[in-house]
Design a binder for this molecule. Sequence first.
Ligand SMILES: [Zn+2]
Length: 59
Amino acid sequence: MKADIRVCADWENAHERPVYTLADSCPDCGAAAVNSAPAPFDPEDPYGEYRRALNRRVR
Ligand SMILES: [Zn+2]
């Protein structure tokens, strides 16, 4: 059984790192919070590191 921890659906744009919550919306930016198990945030995502590195470079 998956934990019902959710992650901000817009964290890549709104935050430096994933924002986890148990609520339906992000406590920081108010965006929808989605189940953290499937995409968009996958800790196993082989391209995640690269994508986040790019994201940081753009700032
Ligand atoms: Zn957020």
